[in-house]
Design a protein around this ligand. Structure first.
Ligand code: NDP
Length: 257
């Protein structure tokens, strides 16, 4: 796998700490020889990211602030990346947010503001980011986002995020159609539950992990590395014929009743 992405500039959005899915992806991409560019929102995330990069001997090409809720911030971030890196070959979108109070109880109780916030950060951000990144993806490329089975089925407490992920998955297909003309592919990875900072906000999260261990064909949970490697596959030339797809990395959980 060493040379799959050698010389390729890949933007990774969404490392908050060592448990982040984006950190698992980072390690897979680094092992495949990619030049890595990171975006972060909170200063705290930037500090954690820098420490992790140091610890693992990964030299980032750039680390740039980007608030996915703010069009101007997205535009500025990609302009900076484009000016300095020249060409973007790939992009990892690993960003989502919903208020903790919307991730418990009944979906019917979702507030209008909470609904819009989840859609804004977790789904619309992919549209805005694709629009800006595309300007610098002049040699074609690949965009990968992260989704969850709660988009397809009712997962208790996932509620407003399920609706946001459904919009995200539909966006993957519509964006794939738009940017396919420029030889850019857009796909989503649907990972099994992983204990990350964001996952902590979902009520009863441990039950979701146990359900996968009990029911999935592989009878085990997936880990960050497995999710990272599938993102790597979709970013690489190996997946050159794949776009508009949602690829499950969940030990087969989505296939069982
Ligand atoms: P993390 O909390 O580690 O990562 C979430 C990231 O989203 C953080 O880096 C956070 O940045 C970023 N983020 C939130 N709001 C914004 C914003 N407005 N602008 C920019 N960045 C923002 O959790 P995960 O790694 O679990 O989540 C990554 C993705 O994977 C999400 O899309 C999630 O829904 C998805 N996913 C997670 C699963 C799981 O079980 N954990 C399963 C399937 C999919 P900051 O902290 O700096 O605000």
């Amino acid at each position: 796998m060493t040379s799959l992405l050698s010389g390729k500039n890949i933007v990774v959005m969404g490392v908050a700490n060592n448990r982040s899915i984006a950190w698992g992806i980072t390690q897979s991409l680094h092992n495949a020889g990619a030049n890595l560019i990171f975006t972060y929102r909170q200063e705290r995330s930037k500090q954690k990211l820098n420490k992790l990069l140091d610890k693992h001997g990964i030299e980032p090409r750039m680390v740039v602030p980007c608030d996915a809720e703010d069009d101007q911030s997205i535009e500025q971030a990609f302009q900076k990346i484009g000016e300095e890196a020249g060409i973007i070959h790939g992009l990892v979108h690993s960003i989502a947010f919903a208020n903790a109070e919307e991730l418990q109880g009944e979906y019917a109780d979702t507030s209008r503001d909470g609904y819009l916030l989840a859609q804004n950060i977790s789904a619309y951000s992919l549209v805005a980011v694709t629009r800006e990144a595309r300007k610098y993806m002049t040699e074609g490329g690949s965009i990968v986002t992260q989704t969850y089975i709660g988009a397809e089925r009712v997962v208790p407490n996932y509620n407003v995020m399920g609706a946001a992920k459904a919009a995200l998955e539909a966006s993957v297909r519509y964006l794939a159609e738009d940017v396919g003309k420029d030889d850019i592919r857009v796909n989503a990875v649907s990972a099994g539950p992983l204990r990350t900072l964001s996952a902590k906000g979902i009520a009863g999260f441990n039950d979701k992990v146990s359900a996968v261990e009990e029911k999935a064909p592989l009878r085990r949970q997936v880990d960050q590395d497995q999710v990272g490697d599938v993102n790597l596959f979709l970013l690489s030339e190996l997946a050159r014929g794949v776009t508009g797809e949602v690829l499950h990395v969940d030990a087969g959980f989505h296939t069982v009743a």
